[in-house]
Design a protein around this ligand. Structure first.
Ligand SMILES: Nc1ncnc2c1ncn2[C@@H]1O[C@H](COP(=O)(O)OP(=O)(O)OP(=O)(O)O)[C@@H](O)[C@H]1O
Length: 539
């Protein structure tokens, strides 16, 4: 027997064994103390392993970084398993085929708080019995013979993802169960935050009225009739008083609400709009007040923020407030009075700091009288009422609006168009039942559907030329004398009116096609009617 220093090269030990025909060498440390004995067989097989390792290293290097995977076992042969396990970020727990713990790594100790000494050599059943763990994935893998993954809660509330995999021996029998453990608390928290962000983003997208991108509103057209409304809005904008805007559809109620927001100290905050007539009661409540986690079947498990939350610091504009169901009116009253509300299915009141603006095309006072709107809420919401007159009562705005939107749509659709002065004259006296929205739609339609630069009266739809328009003959002028004296029939009267209207259309338009279009009928119908009434074109 010969002493070999612990760090002596393997080749030296081999040479020593060969040279001196020894069967074993003693291993000594640097202080000369014997720390073990190596037999010839052990030294030879270690040398053989090292040579194999060197060979496979060469193969791997030759094959590059993506070299053949069969070299991995050889490469790892010299690395202590425990060190590999401890280098992992995820926890690792290994049991044998019976469920007895054979190894855990440092990450497992860190994540679960269990110590190696608590578990090594112990059966999983015992650990469950002692309450170290609530459920054993390893035992499930042993029982089912297949991988198992589940999320477990630790006593401090953290969540861990546990995945157990069976490992088999060469003969196919189960040899070990390797379980990895990942702390997913942060991941779930991040996912929750991301979900909240997504919800918030979608609420903003759906309900925010973005001033910056709405080119249409860049230029506000006012007349004497509306200047007073905007002046009043400007005066009260800086305060947080509730403003109730009334007016027919399309008169500019949303625009006025936005004007109030932009002239207020909340202008840096959001401006959200919700149309109370657009959603069924349940959905309206959820959108407005939000809901608590698991509030109802199908609800997002994490709950959802309502607009009252999202508009915090900004302005919430509730359009068509007259259509808010009575049950929600009671909830809204609490918001108005206390700036607090209860999410659907919630148990705690939430605070919000927002400015509430409302609008309605209904006569809200009449709704109160009919018992369809709460009186107390009505008075709270209408501290400052502003009523926008319909466009037919602000005639001075029609031509400026027509010119403004013509310029806007010509630019948007890259067209050059002008109004024939007769068109402006005709439209200035139109009734505009759809108010400014109707006007905007008409101008865009004319810009994109005509191919000539000049927009003439024959391009106008029949409703703009009908009763109330310049084309409508006065009753006195058209009703036959017999009717006035109560002798003529309704048919005679209708025919006389039709004849008169055709005459006028033909006088005003150069072609029968244009005259027919101004009357809202096709050319062949007009020609037939001309024959019926023996009407000839004058020019
Ligand atoms: N004074 C104005 N000058 C220029 N454009 C206007 C004016 N008032 C309203 N508009 C435009 O008219 C359109 C309709 O206005 P708005 O949506 O504010 O009407 P509304 O009364 O809220 O309608 P609804 O009752 O249907 O909600 C919008 O495109 C708006 O920009």
């Amino acid at each position: 027997m010969q002493n070999v220093e612990q760090d002596l090269k393997l080749e030296a030990a081999l040479a020593l064994l060969e040279r001196q025909s020894l069967e074993a060498v003693e291993v000594i440390d640097t202080r000369g103390e014997v720390i073990g004995v190596l037999t010839r067989q052990e030294v030879e097989s270690a040398a053989e392993r090292k040579e194999r390792l060197a060979r496979s290293n060469q193969r791997t290097l030759a094959a590059g970084p993506d070299g053949p995977p069969d070299t991995a076992t050889d490469l790892l042969a010299e690395v202590p398993v425990q060190r590999v396990l401890d280098a992992l970020h995820d926890g690792v727990y290994i049991t044998d085929a019976l469920g007895v713990t054979v190894a855990i790594n440092q990450a497992y100790e860190r994540i679960t708080g269990l110590k190696r000494s608590d578990v090594l050599g112990r059966h999983m059943q015992e650990l469950v019995r002692r309450g170290y763990i609530s459920k054993s994935v390893s035992l499930e893998v042993i029982r089912d013979g297949k991988p198992v993954t589940l999320v477990q809660s630790l006593h401090d509330g953290r969540k861990i993802l546990v995945s157990g995999l069976p490992m088999h021996a060469r003969d196919g029998a189960l040899s070990h169960v390797v379980t990895s453990v990942r702390d997913i608390t942060e991941l779930l928290r991040a996912k929750h935050a991301q979900e909240q962000l997504r919800q918030l983003h979608s609420l903003h997208e759906t309900y925010s009225v973005n001033a910056g991108t709405d080119e249409q509103a860049l230029e506000l057209v006012t007349s004497e009739a509306t200047a007073a409304c905007f002046a009043l809005a400007e005066r009260v904008a800086a305060t947080d008083v509730k403003v109730l805007i009334q007016g027919e559809t399309g008169t500019g109620k949303t625009l006025l609400a936005r004007y109030l927001h932009e002239h207020s100290e909340r202008s840096a905050g959001v401006f959200l709009e919700l149309n109370c007539a657009a959603l069924p009661e349940g959905l309206l409540e959820a959108e407005l007040f939000g809901y608590a986690p698991g509030a109802f079947t199908g609800a997002n498990a994490r709950g959802k923020q309502g607009l009252l939350d999202v508009a915090n610091g900004g302005t919430l504009f509730l359009d068509e407030i007259g259509d808010l169901p009575l049950s929600l009116q009671a909830k809204l009253l609490k918001v108005v009075e206390e700036q607090r509300f209860m999410p659907v299915g919630g148990t705690e009141l939430r605070r919000t700091n927002l400015r509430l603006l409302t609008a309605s095309h209904h006569d809200l006072a009449a709704r109160v009288r009919e018992g369809r709107f709460r009186e107390d809420l009505y008075y709270r919401l209408s501290v400052v009422p502003i009523t926008l007159p319909p466009l037919r009562e602000r005639r001075g705005e029609v031509i400026p609006l027509l010119r403004h939107y013509l310029g806007h749509f010509c630019q948007r659709h890259a067209r050059v168009r002008h109004f024939d002065p007769e068109v402006l004259e005709l439209l200035a006296s139109h009734q505009w039942p759809g108010n400014i929205r109707e006007l905007i739609n008409l101008v865009e339609r004319l810009v994109v559907t005509t191919d000539q630069t000049l927009i003439t009266t024959d391009m106008l739809p029949a409703e703009c030329l009908g009763p109330g328009g310049l084309a409508a003959p006065s009753a006195a002028a058209t009703i036959p004398a017999g009717v006035r004296e109560n002798h003529a029939t309704l048919t005679q009267c209708t025919q006389a009116l039709e004849r008169e209207l055709i005459h006028r259309a033909l006088e005003r338009h150069a072609t029968t096609r244009a005259a027919a279009s101004s009357l809202g009928i096709n050319q062949s119908t007009l020609v037939k009617k001309m024959q019926k009434y023996a009407i000839r074109r004058q020019r």
